[in-house]
Design a binder for this molecule. Structure first.
Ligand SMILES: Cc1cc2nc3c(=O)[nH]c(=O)nc-3n(C[C@H](O)[C@H](O)[C@H](O)COP(=O)(O)OP(=O)(O)OC[C@H]3O[C@@H](n4cnc5c(N)ncnc54)[C@H](O)[C@@H]3O)c2cc1C
Length: 412
């Protein structure tokens, strides 16, 4: 039986504490907030997309940074294992579109409730309002070989210490980067951190005019110095600073670490179902049906209202021109614009708005089997503090559950 400290009462820390307690260890879960799972509470827009009920390959394919590292942890604790564990507490789960798993109640608080029950059942000692300020290797004594300093000045010892402090996204929830400090002090490298799954700032001022406009079934492609790095269909949103929405958040994970050094362009295809030729024919038909109308009144059927003045301005065709006066070249320019609306990405939004942190503790010094430091035996890193991140869909929380389980379960 070991004395185990788990620092951080988020998803990965609670899971690690449960797994360590299952092995009859003395487990102390240390959380600086006044309650557990503050970030879980705001996940999935308050509904908590707790995992994804797909197979391991799908999980691995949705990991952006270092998927291979997760092979063993994902194998040892799958999304099915997680769902089974939660349902033992009486909290029921449901599977929605894209295999996304949510509590039946649609309340994230149910997931926190389930984990609180699991922790209590196993006799985990929970220390709230307790901040850890330092973690270091100590001389091996019967008190333990890892020294942990608390915010009130107390110094405590354990045999194994699991750092589950999260990344630095949404710092109001408590994850403000302490884990990186602990890692550095113990000789670990930190891969530069960037906000990910985050909206994008755009140079073109007209985004402001489009604020609030949501586009469904558009294609978004992202180019880095002319090379396409992302292209997908879906939904996006204009905001006062640029663009957001599901497509944009996904694309941001591929852009965040290169936006400073490369020219990033977001290209929106407003009519992905039509080829340029088909779109030209459609325009010709619309124009011939509106032969005596001004240009500005002839494209209502084709675009959302808010977008019309912008498209007119960008097309260079005077809004009051009669449609029968529009030349073939002008029409071609319009088609080009509707198929390839170019936006210049200047940067991402900050950590305050980021769903996840890209970068973190370098996984080359961490054992993929149990998340133990290769530099300091008995020290473990789990969850978002590691250089691991996924796309949306419940995949990020599964990283937290699986890595937390791998660490806790390996301690005897
Ligand atoms: C708005 C939002 C929505 C999201 N929605 C989803 C979703 O639906 N599905 C999904 O899969 N993922 C989602 N995520 C991502 C997911 O929440 C994270 O991947 C996950 O919470 C990471 O878990 P963690 O345990 O590593 O870190 P965290 O959940 O951040 O937990 C870290 C804990 O450590 C504590 N802590 C930090 N430093 C110290 C210290 N020095 N001493 C003591 N305690 C400390 C913090 O207070 C915190 O409670 C969302 C994220 C955000 C921000």
């Amino acid at each position: 039986m070991s004395k185990v400290f788990v620092i951080g009462g988020g998803a990965s820390g609670m899971m690690a504490a449960i797994a360590a307690a299952d092995n009859y260890n003395e487990v102390h879960l240390i959380e600086k907030n006044e309650k557990l799972g503050k970030k879980i509470f705001i996940t999935g827009k308050g509904r908590c997309n707790v995992t994804n009920a797909s197979d391991m390959n799908t999980h691995l394919n949705n990991v952006v940074s270092n998927p291979k590292f997760l092979y063993s942890a994902f194998n040892a604790f799958t999304s099915e294992d997680l769902m089974e564990l939660i349902e033992t507490t009486g909290i029921k789960l449901k599977i929605e579109r894209g295999q996304r798993v949510f509590p039946v109640s649609d309340h994230s608080s149910d997931i926190i409730k389930a984990f609180t029950i699991l922790l209590k059942e196993r006799g985990v000692n929970i220390h709230l309002n307790t901040k850890v300020v330092d973690v270091k290797k100590a001389e091996k004594t019967e008190r333990g070989n890892i020294e942990v300093k608390l915010g009130d000045g107390r110094v405590v010892y354990c045999d194994s210490c699991i750092v589950a402090t999260g990344g630095c996204s949404y710092p109001v929830t408590g994850s403000d980067g302490d884990g990186y400090v602990f890692a550095r002090e113990n000789g670990h490298d930190i891969v530069e951190t960037h906000p990910a799954l985050v909206p994008l700032n755009i140079k073109e001022e007209y985004c402001k005019e489009l604020q609030g406009l949501s586009l469904k079934n558009v294609k978004l492609s992202i180019f880095a110095d002319e090379k396409m790095i992302f292209s997908d269909m879906g939904e996006m949103l204009f905001t006062h600073f640029g663009i957001s929405g599901p497509l944009v958040l996904t694309a941001s994970s591929l852009v965040t670490d290169i936006v400073k050094n490369k020219k990033i362009t977001a290209v929106i295809d407003l009519k992905p179902a039509l080829s340029k030729e088909q779109l030209d024919k459609r325009l010709l038909r619309d124009f011939s049906e509106n032969i005596n109308k001004n240009f500005k009144n002839s494209i209502d059927g084709m675009l959302p209202k808010k977008m019309i003045p912008i498209i007119i301005r960008l097309s260079g065709i005077e809004e009051d021109r009669k449609v029968n006066e529009i030349t073939k070249t002008e029409r071609e320019r319009l088609v080009e614009l509707l198929k390839n609306m170019n936006l210049t990405v200047t940067s991402t939004r900050g950590f305050n708005e980021a769903i996840i942190t890209k970068g973190g503790v370098d996984i080359r010094d961490i054992s993929p089997k149990n998340m133990e430091s290769k530099l300091v035996p008995g020290l473990f890193f789990v969850g978002e503090v590691l250089d691991l991140d996924s796309f949306t869909g419940g995949y990020n929380l599964q990283i937290a559950w699986s890595t937390g389980y791998a660490a806790g379960n390996s301690i005897w």
